[in-house]
Ligand binder design. Structure first.
Ligand SMILES: [Zn+2]
Length: 440
């Protein structure tokens, strides 16, 4: 199967190659993607894609060939909103967001002052992402700089492109989880200096949300955003009605919840806003005008009972939309499970989410939402070789159902509806097989 004596270290992956070219405009928009039935992804020794195209048998004479037929080879899945310190919070029983935060999350996150604990969980976090085919995530760390170091160290040891940052939070949380405006600023700035742009690490300015940040702290976040204008900013907005009311009470002179971040100049094309469920008309307009990204977290919104994301309303406003797990409010690391629940949320709103659009969102769509589409999210020459290999026959029931599946879109819909980590055969990071390495 494979040949050595290839000084350039080229690897050829053979399989059914699928990559998106643009946002699909419907279930039959065949121009939105490229699909090669017997395809090859040719990866250079530097971990970047050299080319994709039909598989050529003569490739085996010169290069190492890994044959993934009959599985699908796609760009690695991207999760633009997740909390790594919440791995041991997932599946916590609570009535609503504020109870869930105070009873479980704000207790658990205190453990991340311990560097050994932070390192252990960060390691398990990236293993879990790889197991689920996710190659890039934008994550919240805890308030402690140790958690940021653990996060980026473990990502670097796996060669993963990740976005993350220490949460800034100086009120409405236990004392052990509070920084101060100055400390939040200093620790964020130190984290940026230590990690941003090192290897594939990208630091995100991360005020947790307006409820846990004072006016002075948001001013500090604003100062950081001004000093480091190319950085991502991540926060939460309009998730839950009680949270919205509390945020508005804390900032009574501002028009609405999003208006708080607007006031501190924290909105823009690299701002990732978790949830965006209960937006006013004005907030939808501000979101679209600033090119900020609404990050939809369907499993979390259902689990916590926050509400049903209004996908079509945001699209009509021209807003940018991403989709994410939000573990541990979210209940699965799997982007397949996430889009399955997303589909059901939109069914309840009498809106459609076709499978082409789902798979676009998990890959190129989320890459675009994170302004990373020149590096990840599609299979083409020059992109980083972050890939996932999916098996539509992963379980007996999927295999049986596949007997009656004739079209690629229906196969994708089956993967989304019934698939999970069992459907992930392999995950490649910069051309290196990572999932199989976990299992040996
Ligand atoms: Zn979140």
């Amino acid at each position: 199967m494979s040949r050595t004596h290839d000084p350039a270290g080229v690897t050829v992956l053979r399989g059914r190659v699928l990559t998106f070219l643009d946002e699909p405009r419907g279930r039959d928009d065949h121009g939105s993607y490229r699909y090669i039935e017997d395809g090859a992804v040719v990866i250079g020794g530097d971990g970047r894609i050299l080319m994709i195209g039909p598989f050529k048998p003569e490739a085996a004479a010169h290069h190492k060939v890994i044959d993934h037929r009959p599985h699908l080879i796609l760009p690695g899945l991207i999760d633009p909103h997740i909390h790594f310190p919440q791995m041991q919070v997932i599946a916590s029983y609570a009535a609503n967001l504020l109870e869930w935060l105070n009873t479980y999350t704000f207790v658990e996150e205190q453990r991340f002052s311990d560097e050994a604990h932070a390192t252990r969980i960060a390691s398990r976090f990236f293993d879990e992402l790889i197991r689920h085919g996710t190659t890039t995530a934008a994550a919240y760390c805890s308030v402690h700089p140790q958690s940021v170091d653990a996060f980026f160290s473990e990502a670097a040891s796996r060669g993963m492109l990740v976005v993350g940052g220490k949460v800034m939070m100086d009120r409405n949380a236990p004392e052990a989880l509070r920084d101060t405006p100055q400390r939040g600023y200093d620790e964020t700035k130190a984290g940026i200096g230590k990690w941003h742009g090192k290897g594939r690490a990208l630091y995100a300015i991360t005020p947790r949300f307006a409820i846990t940040s004072s006016h002075e702290q948001l001013e500090m976040a604003e100062a950081l955003a001004r000093e480091f204008p190319d950085l991502h900013i991540q926060t939460h907005v309009d998730e839950n009605l009680a949270e919205v009311q509390f945020a508005r009470e804390l900032y009574p002179n501002l028009p609405d919840y999003l208006g708080i971040y607007e006031r501190y100049h924290l909105l823009g094309p690299k701002t990732l806003l978790g949830h965006c469920i209960h937006l006013t008309h004005r907030e939808c307009e501000v979101l679209a005008e600033t090119r900020s990204v609404a990050v939809w977290c369907p499993t979390s919104n259902l689990f916590i009972g926050s509400g049903l994301f209004d996908h079509d309303r945001l699209r009509e406003h021209g807003a940018r939309i991403a989709v994410a797990t939000d573990v541990g409010g979210g209940t699965s690391y799997s982007m397949l499970r996430t889009l399955d629940e997303g589909y059901k949320v939109l069914q309840l709103r009498a809106q459609r989410l076709d499978p082409l659009r789902s798979f676009y969102m998990m890959t190129l769509g989320n890459a675009r939402a994170m302004s990373l589409e020149d590096r990840i999210g599609s299979l083409q020459a020059g992109r980083d070789a972050d890939l996932v290999v999916l098996d539509s026959h992963a379980t007996p029931q999927m295999s049986l159902r596949m007997e009656a599946v004739d079209l690629l879109v229906n196969e994708l819909f089956l993967l989304q509806t019934c698939g999970d980590d069992r459907a992930v055969v392999e995950t490649y990071v910069m051309g290196k097989p990572m999932k199989s390495a976990l299992e040996t």
